[in-house]
Design a protein around this ligand. Structure first.
Ligand SMILES: *Cc1c(COP(=O)(O)O)cnc(C)c1O
Length: 319
């Protein structure tokens, strides 16, 4: 079973600091609470079903949206699924409960042993006569990039049919696969978007380098000629808003999440989308203070994580 991924709803959200802000609701994609991991996992499962594999292994923390979607798709296809998870970030979250509920096996290991544990798990399964397929953490790789090249196509279609043109695109950037896809998409479609990834954890130069490597890997696979310098200039990986790191709560993000929910009925979370939305408003405020504020049409890609919104709510109310 492969879920349909129709174009995600896109609409004008508000005007903020002279910018027209539109939102693309990838969180509303209709499988397992959607999100960018649903887009990516859809393509990985297409590959899994074509490859004749009979079981799935992936990697991620217990709060991972990626592991939730993969465990759900594995269950829907009657395939055993094992999640290798770092013990250090093991937390009881709604995603963790869903992953358990889908019957995925969770193998905890120290974060330093992740690579070895993945190899060991794959070996054990092969010895037991199975044909396992490994999905990299977060759905990283050319298939994940491809998922966001297709999203870029949807964005371009939205522009054409609504007679608008986006100047900038903001979103939360983690492994950078989503960003790589949007950069490749804007390149292939000849769109002048400034694709602005807000890092939720990684610092530069590593974070930006990984995005750039993913962009090049994808364009090479597609035999697309590119000028390395212009491609490097198209990667804006902003590491100024990582706060206390992956998954850590942040007072700024928390305030932003409350305001955006109250004002627009739009749920965000502390790990990804709350950080990115807050960063976007901060960047506009800085530009205005620096005398550079000008009217623009901006797209915020809501990359999902609805279960994390409820973790936030639970932590707020302390129930
Ligand atoms: C994983 C995730 C991201 C980051 O996506 P990458 O492709 O890894 O950069 C952003 N937002 C949400 C909600 C996610 O689950």
């Amino acid at each position: 079973m492969l879920p349909e991924i129709p174009a995600a709803p896109t609409y004008r959200l508000c005007t903020l600091n002279g910018k027209d802000i539109y939102v693309k609701r990838d969180d509303l994609l209709p499988f397992s609470f959607g999100g960018n991991k649903a887009r990516k996992a859809r393509l990985f499962f297409e590959d899994i079903l074509n490859s004749g594999a009979d079981s799935v292994v992936t990697y991620g923390s217990g709060s991972s949206n990626h592991c939730r979607v993969v465990a759900n798709l594995a269950a829907a296809n009657g395939m055993p699924c094992t999640v290798i998870s770092p013990r250090e970030s093991d937390r009881d979250t709604f995603n963790a409960q869903l992953i358990h509920g889908f019957g995925a096996g969770i193998r905890l290991c120290p974060v330093a042993d992740v690579a070895r544990t993945i190899e060991d798990e794959l070996d054990r399964m092969r010895e037991a006569g199975r044909r396992p397929y490994f999905i990299p953490g977060g759905g990283h790789g050319n298939l994940g990039t491809e998922a966001y090249v297709r999203c870029a196509e949807e964005i371009a279609e939205y522009e054409s049919s609504n007679g608008i043109a986006f100047d900038r695109i903001f979103f939360a950037s983690g492994t950078g696969t989503t960003q790589a896809g949007l950069v490749c998409g804007s390149w292939l479609l000849g769109r002048p978007w400034r694709v602005h990834g807000i890092s939720i954890a990684r610092k530069n130069p590593r974070g930006g380098d990984i995005v750039l490597a993913s962009v090049k890997e994808y364009l090479k696979e597609k035999n697309v000629c590119f000028d390395p310098e212009s491609i490097a200039k198209a990667v804006h990986f902003d590491d100024r808003f990582t706060d206390a790191g992956y998954g850590a709560s942040s007072a700024y993000a928390a305030e932003c999440i409350r305001t955006v929910m109250r004002s627009y009925g739009l749920p965000l979370d502390e790990t990804y989308t709350g950080k990115a939305f807050f960063a976007m408003t901060q960047i506009f405020a800085e530009e205005i203070a620096g005398g550079e504020g000008r009217p623009e049409t901006v797209l915020f890609v809501h990359t999902g994580g609805t279960p994390l919104f409820f973790d936030f709510l639970l932590n707020q109310t302390g129930r």
